[in-house]
Design a protein around this ligand. Structure first.
Ligand code: 2HG
Ligand code: ZN
Length: 469
C-alpha cells in the first residue's frame, strides 16, 4: 500500500493499530465462508473521530474501505483485496448504562452481541436478536447485515430494534440518524436504509438499540418427525396453539448425526424420523396456561405425526436441545469444504419448496452431501453442501454450480429470495436479479452514487455499481 497513506494512517490510529502482516491482512480480509480475500492493511480505530479521519484519508487517497467487524458473515460481504483497507471497529466497544424507562441502550459498533445481552440481562431486559455466532458477531455487523437468527417469528429482524444510528460517510462527515425517537415521520428513513446495506453506504459507529423483557418462562420441544407433511402439520398445530411462539426450527436427521459425531453432542430422542423440529415457546405464569399446553401436547402426540418427542423445561435441558440445532454450522465447517444457500419462501410453501429442492438434488445426481436445516417458521431454510467425497475444490464447486443453476429458477417459481438473512456480499450478487426487479436495482445505483460517488465503500458487494468517475 502507498507508504504515505500508511504513514498518515498510523498518525491517526497509532502505529500499533495499523496491521500489515500477511496473517493479519488475511484474518481481517475474509468471513466465516473463507471466501479468498486479503486486505492491503488493517486499521483499528478507537473512536468515531478516528473513523472519520480514516475515511477522509481514504477518500483523499482513493483507497477502498472494507468495514470488517466480527467477520462471522456467510455471504463474503467483507471479502477484501490487497488494494483495500480493512476497517475493524472492535475497539469501539463502549456500552452505556441501560435506559430502563425508554428501554434502550446506546452501544458502539464493536460490542459483541453476547456482551450486549449480558449487559442488558442485569436490568431484566434484552436485545432480542439471537444468533449462533453471538459470541463473536458485533453490533455494527448485525446492523449492516440486518441480522436475523432464531427468534425472527417472535421479534423480527435486527432493523426492528434500532432507534438511532451514528454513521460516518465516506467523506468523513459524521451523521446522527433518528436520535432515539420512537416516532419520527419526517420523510425518508435513512436509518433503515443503512441497515442491511452491508457497509456500502456508510460505516456504522454507534447505535441506540431498543430492548424488551425476555420471556419469564419458556419451554422447548424437540420432536422427531417422519416427513415434510408431518412437519407442516406440526407447524399448523403450533400456530393455532394457545401460546406465543418464539422459534420454530427444523433440521434433517443427517444434520443431527453430523452434530453428534463431530461435536460429541447427544440427542435424547430414541425413535428417529427423517426430520427434527425444535420449538421454543413462551409459557405464561398461570397454571391454567400450563394445563392448556399439556393438553395441546398430548393431542399432538396422539395425532400419530410425531415419532418421538421431549419437552425441556430446565435451562440446562433447553441449552442441550438448542445445542443440537446451533451446532450444525460448526459441525459442517470442521468436516470440509461447504457451500451454503440461505433462502426464503412464503412460509406456507416451505414444505413444498423443500420437497422440490430435495427432488432436484436427487435428479441432478451430485456426489456432495446435502444438509437441510433452518428457520422453518420463517420460511427460511438453509441448504448446505459438504464435500464429503473428497472432490477437488474445482470439481466440488462445479457440481454445486450445476445444482445452483436449477435451484434459483425453482426458487423464483416460489417467489423466493436468494438471501433470507445472510446478505448478498460477493457470493450472492450474481443472483440478486432473481429477487429484485430492474427498477429496484436502478434505484440501488442512484442511492449508491448519492452516498459514495467514487465507489470506495465495500466495493464489489451486493451488485456491481457503475461509478461515474
Ligand atoms: C443458522 O441459522 C445460521 O444457523 C447459519 O444462519 C446457517 O450455516 C448456515 O448455513
Ligand atoms: Zn440462519
Amino acid at each position: 500500500m502507498n507508504p504515505e497513506f500508511l504513514e498518515k494512517l498510523r498518525a491517526i490510529v497509532g502505529p500499533s493499530h495499523v496491521l500489515i502482516s500477511e496473517e493479519e491482512r488475511l484474518q481481517y480480509g475474509r468471513d466465516w465462508t473463507r471466501t479468498p480475500g486479503i486486505s492491503g492493511a488493517v486499521a483499528l480505530p478507537k473512536s468515531t473521530q478516528e473513523v472519520s479521519a480514516v475515511l477522509k484519508l481514504c477518500s483523499d487517497f482513493k483507497i477502498p474501505v472494507i468495514p470488517s467487524g466480527g467477520r462471522t458473515g456467510l455471504a463474503g460481504a467483507i471479502t477484501a483485496t490487497d488494494r483495500d483497507l480493512a476497517l475493524n471497529l472492535s475497539r469501539l466497544n463502549r456500552i452505556d448504562p441501560v435506559d430502563t424507562l425508554g428501554r434502550t441502550v446506546r452501544v458502539q459498533a464493536g460490542v459483541t452481541t453476547q456482551a450486549l445481552h449480558e449487559h442488558c440481562e442485569k436490568e431484566g431486559l434484552t436485545w432480542p436478536i439471537d444468533l449462533a455466532a453471538k459470541g463473536t458477531s458485533e453490533i455494527g455487523g448485525n446492523l449492516s447485515t440486518n441480522a436475523g437468527g432464531v427468534r425472527v417469528i417472535r421479534y423480527g429482524m435486527a432493523r426492528r430494534w434500532v432507534s438511532a444510528i451514528q454513521a460516518v460517510l465516506v467523506s468523513g462527515e459524521v451523521i446522527e440518524l433518528n436520535q432515539g425517537l420512537e416516532k419520527n415521520n419526517t420523510g425518508y428513513d435513512l436509518l433503515q436504509l443503512l441497515i442491511g446495506s452491508e457497509g456500502t453506504l456508510a460505516v456504522i459507529t454507534e447505535a441506540t438499540l431498543k430492548l424488551c423483557p425476555p420471556p419469564i418462562h419458556s419451554r422447548v420441544f424437540l420432536f422427531s418427525i417422519r416427513d415434510y407433511e408431518s412437519l407442516n402439520y406440526v407447524y399448523e398445530k403450533v400456530r393455532s396453539a394457545p401460546f406465543t411462539l418464539t422459534s420454530f426450527e427444523f433440521f434433517s436427521d443427517k444434520c443431527l448425526k453430523q452434530v453428534e459425531s463431530k461435536l460429541g453432542r447427544k440427542c435424547k430422542l430414541e425413535k428417529r424420523g427423517a426430520l427434527l423440529a425444535l420449538i421454543d415457546v413462551e409459557v405464561g405464569p398461570y397454571s391454567q396456561e400450563k394445563d392448556k399446553m399439556d393438553q395441546w401436547l398430548s393431542d399432538l402426540l396422539d395425532s400419530g405425526r410425531i415419532e418421538d418427542g421431549l419437552a425441556a423445561d430446565s435451562s440446562s435441558d433447553q441449552t442441550e436441545a438448542w445445542g443440537l440445532r446451533e451446532g450444525i454450522t460448526e459441525s459442517l465447517q470442521v468436516s470440509g469444504l461447504v457451500r451454503k444457500y440461505d433462502l426464503c419462501v412464503p412460509v406456507k410453501l416451505c414444505a413444498d419448496f423443500l420437497k422440490e429442492a430435495e427432488a432436484l438434488y436427487s435428479k441432478i445426481q451430485i456426489q456432495s452431501e446435502l444438509f437441510v436445516f433452518g428457520h422453518y417458521g420463517d420460511g427460511s431454510p438453509h441448504l448446505n453442501f459438504l464435500n464429503s467425497k473428497g472432490l477437488s475444490p474445482e470439481e466440488f464447486h462445479s457440481e454445486i454450480n450445476r445444482f445452483e443453476k436449477a435451484l434459483y429458477p425453482l426458487l423464483k417459481t416460489f417467489h423466493g429470495s436468494v438471501s433470507a438473512e445472510h446478505g448478498v456480499g460477493v457470493l450472492k450478487k450474481n443472483w440478486v436479479v432473481y429477487s429484485r426487479t430492474p427498477a429496484e436495482l436502478s434505484l440501488y445505483q442512484a442511492i449508491k452514487r448519492a452516498f459514495d460517488p467514487n465507489g470506495l465503500l465495500n466495493p464489489g458487494k451486493i451488485i456491481d455499481f457503475s461509478i461515474s468517475s
